[in-house]
Design a protein around this ligand. Structure first.
Ligand code: NAD
Length: 490
């Protein structure tokens, strides 16, 4: 067993401990298939105890009212996460297969800074404001609008950007005065458990305010979605699971906040710098082996430039050979597990059945480093239109589908012809034209000419089947607040 971090533990009611029955499950490095540790496999009783602790902490402590104390605890947590940076970055690379390069960005450092941003937002937030005097139905009344926490929040998270998503949920939820039960994905329990350990050892967070249950099956998530003691479920993951969670939450009408899948389009207009726009899109699809919900996996290019665009994309992706995620130069690491690799290979078979072919890639790489681990070559699929399932469904691998458009209106039609609406990009040498197109795309974020929308103060989320609600930014903080009006006879 390696010594990447102290052994993973549950955090329940302020106590770091194993599962009540003593069960554990293995943590596997996806680049090597090596078992690098084990995590407690929470029993139904452990999940129940975590919910009970969160409920008690919310109902009987001053946490919900004491903004100053919350800010103090979250500043401590931020500092602990900064201090633990080198160890947490190495753990993230080992457990999630996240290339080291990105742990200095969205895989660790950016989410840690976002926690600081959210904490300072809470410190200066206007929790009450005066709505002024009015005379509804002739009765003179002074009104105050007040924002309050929702209660117990269940945060259910995926494996692909584990620190980013864990922190983008627990940061605003706690800053807003809620208590939390975090249930990370079975593939990435360790970084979540480390978060719990740091919170316990280096902050004054009261017992029960933050609870973390790691589990191998999805049962704990199902329990959290339906338990009447939980007031809100904040979920990031697949659209299919989002549907199940929303249905489970309906029985108690709890608030559901969903960040789901995507199949975003990169639109290249006929006046764009083709090499720059196509190269950037092809590069981004290889980041973390394409395991990002907001990646632009449909490249929509002018029909006249199709062959040239394919050539550029293929050359770019051929140069991004999957490699050891610890190597500082690696962009494309492994897929998370064998199931995910099977799923991607299934889509590569489907692409061929649908009449597509590969300009590059299409299988597993065959270098010495690839003898173990879950690898797929960066792949460019050509010859399909936007009706193909390969062009419509989320693959979650380093797979780019190139689609031809017949002008600006057609490009917008193709981009919007998707069940998803998470992100996208537009490239043009005329910024006003690109902005006009960007306004017509039905997605939650858009990049114009390489602009970066990912930032702690910018809300992120999806239209259509990509989700409900926004994470990060002021909007992401306010997702965790109720609104109350107090009317006083004047
Ligand atoms: P997943 O839906 O399989 O699992 C996500 C989490 O939900 C895990 O913690 C899992 O244990 C839990 N879960 C599974 N079934 C459940 C159930 N029935 N009830 C309650 N909880 C349940 O997703 P994944 O494979 O871990 O992650 C990949 C997916 O996440 C992709 O579709 C990707 O697009 C999406 N994603 C979306 C965003 C976003 O912000 N929109 C960000 C990252 C990933």
């Amino acid at each position: 067993m390696s010594e990447l971090a102290p052994p993973a533990a549950l955090l329940v009611d302020g106590e770091l401990r194993g599962a009540s029955g003593g069960a554990t499950f293995p943590i596997v490095n996806p680049a090597t298939e090596e078992v690098i540790g084990s995590a407690p496999d929470a029993s139904a009783g452990d999940t129940d105890a975590a919910i009970a602790a969160a409920r008690r902490a919310f109902d009987t402590s001053s946490w919900a009212e004491d903004v100053e104390f919350r800010v103090h605890c979250l500043r401590q947590l931020h500092q602990a996460l900064v201090d633990a940076g080198p160890a947490m970055r190495a753990l993230t690379t080992a457990e999630a297969g996240a290339p080291a390069m990105f742990t200095a960005g969205p895989q660790y450092d950016v989410p840690v800074e976002t926690l600081a941003w959210t904490t300072e937002l809470a410190a200066g937030y206007e929790w009450e404001h005066d709505l002024g005097l009015a005379s509804p139905m002739g009765i003179a009344t002074a009104r105050t609008v007040r924002r309050e926490p929702i209660g117990v929040v269940a945060a259910i998270t995926p494996w692909n950007f584990p620190n980013q998503i864990n922190l983008a949920k627990i940061g605003p939820a706690l800053a807003a005065g809620n208590t939390v039960v975090l249930k990370p994905a079975p593939d990435t329990p360790w970084v979540a458990a480390e978060l719990g350990r740091l919170a316990t050892e280096y902050t004054d967070l009261p017992a029960g305010v933050l609870n973390i249950v790691t589990a191998q099956s999805h049962e704990a998530g199902a329990v959290l979605s339906s338990d009447p003691r939980v007031d809100m479920v904040s979920f990031t993951g697949s659209t299919a699971t989002g549907r199940t969670i929303m249905a489970a939450a309906a029985s108690t009408l709890k608030k559901t906040f969903l960040e789901l899948g995507g199949k975003s389009a990169s639109i290249v207009l006929d006046d764009a710098d083709l090499g720059g726009a196509v190269g950037l899109t092809a590069f981004s699809v290889c980041v973390h082996a394409g395991q990002g919900c907001a990646l632009t996996t449909r490249l929509v290019v002018p029909r006249a430039s199709y062959d040239e665009a394919v050539e550029i994309a293929a050359a770019t992706m051929a140069g991004l050979r999957p490699g050891d995620p610890r190597d500082p130069g690696t962009v494309c690491g492994p897929l998370i597990n064998a199931t995910q690799r099977d799923r991607v290979e299934g889509y590569l078979r489907l692409a061929r059945e649908e009449g597509g072919s590969f300009a590059v890639g299409g299988g597993r790489p065959d270098g010495a480093v690839h003898a173990r681990g879950f690898w797929i070559e960066p792949t460019v699929v050509v010859g399909l239109d936007n009706k193909a399932r390969t062009a419509r469904e989320e693959i979650f691998g380093p797979v780019l589908v190139v689609i031809a458009h017949d002008g600006e209106d057609d490009a917008v039609r193709i981009a919007n012809d998707s069940p998803y609406g998470l992100s996208g990009s537009v490239s043009s040498s005329d910024e006003a034209r690109a902005m006009h197109v960007a306004r017509r795309i039905r997605t939650g974020t858009l990049s114009v000419n390489g602009g970066v929308w990912f930032s702690g103060d910018a809300p992120f989320g999806g239209y259509k089947q990509s989700g409900i609600g926004r994470e990060m930014g002021v909007a992401g903080f306010e997702e965790y607040l109720e609104t109350k009006v107090i009317a006083r006879g004047a």
